[in-house]
Design a binder for this molecule. Structure first.
Ligand code: TRP
Length: 335
């Protein structure tokens, strides 16, 4: 029996290279080995975008298209929409009894996110809602509803998984062995840096290349990428290790990497030439993904069908979990 792997993604925009190289590229590989579920976590996205439902709605479709375009295969994997599975919300309610508010506030991921919110919106705490602080509980429901055994996560998400494991242990110890305790499937990839050299590529940082960026956008972004600032003239020697152009050459495995590196170090390669080559390689890399995405953009009914079927399949599994949970809590009236 294949193990079940569950992964979730918050629909708050399109996927960029940071998502791709940091996580989603590996998801494509995992789907052969595991029983793979991909949850488009719109309920979680609403916890901090409750006042922007249009954005979440649009992003659900964008994420679905991006996942299909990078090679998530609906024949092998189940792609579904979180809000269409009410069992997840139901589980969240029962799990919420098993978590203290203090413990949620101590969760390092929540802690970081709260301080980011306070920095953005001021210190009045108005941005910190009950739903937001509780999202780790809802995420525990996401995982356990589908008997997730493995959860691909980056380091920043580890505290959320730990919280899920605690909930599962508490549930099982009070109500009897019912839920599976999931394990993290830690990806070895590091965070992907932004075009500006920032440690993280992110939408809010404005330093991302999106998988579906047009050739013009790609050109503009790469021409503006940060290089070794000590290099003034075309034939100055430079340090490729602090150059974002070389960083992306490495990321997309440009041909002649050694050559690029040596020429840069010896001052035999100008940044403009180097950027032009990266633009060409980036287009070669992204064009097949964009072509696939275009197919799904042009055939929205195919995307609908994939989401409807995936959600149906996922719902059956969640219904089964719900039954077991209700029985364990002794609220299985008249079943
Ligand atoms: N919290 C994850 C993120 O911000 C998304 C997510 C929602 C998730 N549900 C999940 C991840 C379940 C793993 C398992 O990207």
């Amino acid at each position: 029996m294949k193990k079940t792997i569950l992964t979730g993604i918050r629909p708050t925009g399109k996927l960029h290279l940071g998502h791709y190289f940091g996580a989603t590229k590996n998801w494509v590989l995992l789907q052969d080995e595991y029983n793979s579920f991909f949850e488009i976590a719109d309920v979680q996205a609403l916890t901090d975008n409750f006042n922007n439902p249009e954005k979440v709605r649009e992003s659900v479709r964008d994420i679905a298209i991006d996942l299909l375009a990078i090679g998530i295969n609906p024949e092998k994997s189940t792609i579904f929409i979180q809000s269409m599975i009410p069992e997840i919300a139901e589980l969240t309610i029962y799990y919420s009894n098993l978590v203290t508010i203090a413990r949620l506030y101590r969760n390092p991921t929540i802690k970081t996110e709260i301080s980011q919110k306070k920095a953005l919106f001021g210190n009045d705490g108005e941005s910190v809602t009950y739903g937001f602080v509780g999202y780790p509980v809802s995420q525990a429901a996401d995982i356990t509803a589908f008997n997730g055994e493995l959860v691909p996560v980056g380091e920043d998400q580890l505290p959320l998984l730990e919280q899920c494991r605690e909930i599962v242990r508490k549930f099982n110890s009070i109500y009897g062995e019912t839920l599976k305790e999931p394990e993290a499937y830690l990806s070895k990839t590091k965070r992907i840096k932004g075009l500006d050299g920032n440690d993280k590529m992110g939408k809010s940082l404005g330093n991302a290349i999106y998988l579906r960026d047009s050739e013009d956008e790609i050109k503009k972004k790469i021409m503006g990428a940060v290089t070794d600032t000590n290099k003034i003239k075309k034939d100055d020697p430079a340090n490729p290790d602090i150059c974002m152009v070389y960083y992306y050459h490495q990321l997309i495995k440009s041909e002649d990497l050694n050559n690029i590196c040596n020429e840069c170090k010896k001052g035999l390669r100008g940044c403009v030439q180097c950027k032009k080559e990266l633009i060409e390689n980036m287009n070669k890399f992204l064009n097949p993904i964009k072509e696939k995405a275009k197919y799904y953009e042009d055939n929205p009914e195919i995307v609908d069908e994939i989401l409807i079927n995936g959600t149906k399949k996922a719902k059956k599994v969640a219904e089964n979990t719900m039954k077991k949970v209700k029985k364990a809590i002794k609220i299985d009236y008249y079943d």
